[in-house]
Design a protein around this ligand. Structure first.
Ligand SMILES: [Zn+2]
Length: 446
């Protein structure tokens, strides 16, 4: 969670949930679209005819390409004119542009737009889990076939269950890597501001001291964490956007113990850091990614370059705050964020694409690519961030990130040409994940 969402009444919150479900589009029922193609289907290929196909690695658009899918993987990508396998069933996307399935490397499926405290205090875990399932469905409908979900905001280990339920075909959604609860220190995460006599839940797991850090990491891994998420710094915002206080949450010993314990168990660490002090401490300790990085200078980015640390700026969350509130303070945050992003781009830091969806409706996650272009990337650079770079960040570079022989058959088709106008990534008409069709607005499912 990153920003202070506007207060929303119960009635509005319910309307937003319905809107999320509708925004997901006509996704096939889970039973009709298994996450893993049954063995019986593995022998019958499907060919997907693409009007255009964006080759994100080469940075070009190819016309008339046919993608041959067998089981859950791409068997081959055929140039225009090459004959497809004779016995194949055909999906005709010749009026659309095909892209690799997109990755959102920073989501919160268990967080919905609306009052943060109300979600933790008044909504049961079953209710929040149902909403998370709807959020996962909306992300998949928007073309995100893989996500890194970076903490449940008080919903404990629900993300590990959602990940597994999606993988088992119980509910539709992207394949997931999850962080479970995230870790911060006493006084450095919501809920805050209640009387000391009142016990309130926390949006993260609170731990103090190096030994407690190690124990928290062990617990989270025990219950399914693929990543450890840590709060390197924490801030209090006023709703108008002024940052009242930005403080480093941990001693170097605490951060060091956390990262060391995670590394020993082969779990990468994602560090929420707004400012240089926290980011440098986290980078020194050995984290894999720095999240948000609103106010990072050149020295910090050079440290990231040296150690191969990824920058996941999550532009959408802060821009949404500015767009909704239009205050000078939010403008200053957005301006500083844009400058940090441009600095990273100029220095060739590895920039991942993650939106922080949850602060805003999950179906809008594609806005991140538009903002990356608005703030200085070319359209193909933004598409690479949300495919090849994110795949590297997740350690799944051999499975996802492009439409290529041997990789998962994750394919999205959109209206228009995203290399000419990146906004086309939000005109999704078709989504295939692992060879199964989850959305087909043209009604041409097998
Ligand atoms: Zn977040």
């Amino acid at each position: 969670m990153s920003r202070v969402p506007p207060v929303m009444s119960g009635a509005t919150a319910r309307a937003a949930v319905v809107a999320i479900l509708i925004a997901g589009g006509p996704i096939a029922a889970a039973g009709a679209a298994p996450a893993t193609a049954p063995a019986a289907q593995a022998t019958a290929p499907t060919v997907v005819r693409c009007g255009r196909l964006v080759d994100v690695r080469a940075g070009v658009t190819r016309r008339g390409v046919t993608v041959v899918v067998r089981g859950e993987a791409v068997e081959s990508v055929l140039d225009a004119g090459a004959p497809p396998p004779a016995e194949a069933s055909v999906i005709d996307l010749s009026s659309l542009t095909c892209l690799p399935g997109l990755v959102d490397a920073h989501t919160h499926t268990f967080l919905q737009p609306g009052d943060y405290d109300v979600q933790l205090l008044k909504q049961s875990l079953p209710r929040r889990t149902l909403q998370a399932a709807a959020a996962a469905r909306a992300l998949l409908g928007a073309g995100f076939t893989t996500i890194r979900d970076l903490e449940t905001e008080g919903a404990m280990y629900g993300d590990a269950d959602l990940r597994d339920a999606i993988a088992d075909g119980v509910v539709p959604g992207p394949r997931m890597q999850v962080a479970t609860r995230a870790i911060s220190t006493t006084g450095n995460y919501a809920l805050l501001g209640y009387a000391p006599e009142v016990a309130v839940p926390k949006g993260v797991q609170i731990a103090d001291g190096p030994d407690a850090m190690r124990k928290a990491v062990r617990e989270q891994i025990q219950y399914g964490a693929d990543w450890i998420k840590v709060y390197g710094d924490y801030r209090t915002f006023k709703p108008t956007g002024e940052i009242l206080d930005l403080r480093v949450t941990m001693t170097p010993e605490e951060m060091g113990a956390l990262v060391d314990e995670a590394s020993r168990r082969h779990r990468p660490v994602a560090a929420h850091c707004y400012g240089d002090d926290a980011a440098r401490q986290a980078i020194r300790a050995g984290v894999r990614s720095v999240e948000h990085g609103l106010f990072l200078d050149e020295t910090t980015f050079r440290m990231m370059l040296e150690k191969g640390v990824y920058y996941c700026p999550t532009l959408t969350a802060y821009r949404t705050s500015y767009d909704e509130n239009r205050t000078d303070a939010w403008k200053k945050v957005d301006d500083a964020h844009r400058e940090s992003f441009r600095r990273a781009l100029r220095l060739h830091v590895k920039i991942a694409s993650g939106s922080d969806a949850g602060d805003f409706p999950h179906g809008n996650a594609g806005r991140e690519l538009e903002l990356m272009v608005e703030y200085g990337m070319t359209p193909v650079e933004a598409l690479r961030a949300a495919t090849l770079t994110d795949a590297d960040l997740l350690g799944w570079q051999d499975r996802i990130g492009e439409i290529a022989a041997g990789k998962m058959a994750d394919l999205v088709a959109v209206e228009g040409d995203p290399l000419a106008d990146i906004a086309a990534v939000r005109q999704v008409r078709f989504v295939m994940k692992g060879g199964a069709v989850y959305r087909d607005d043209l009604g041409r499912a097998r």
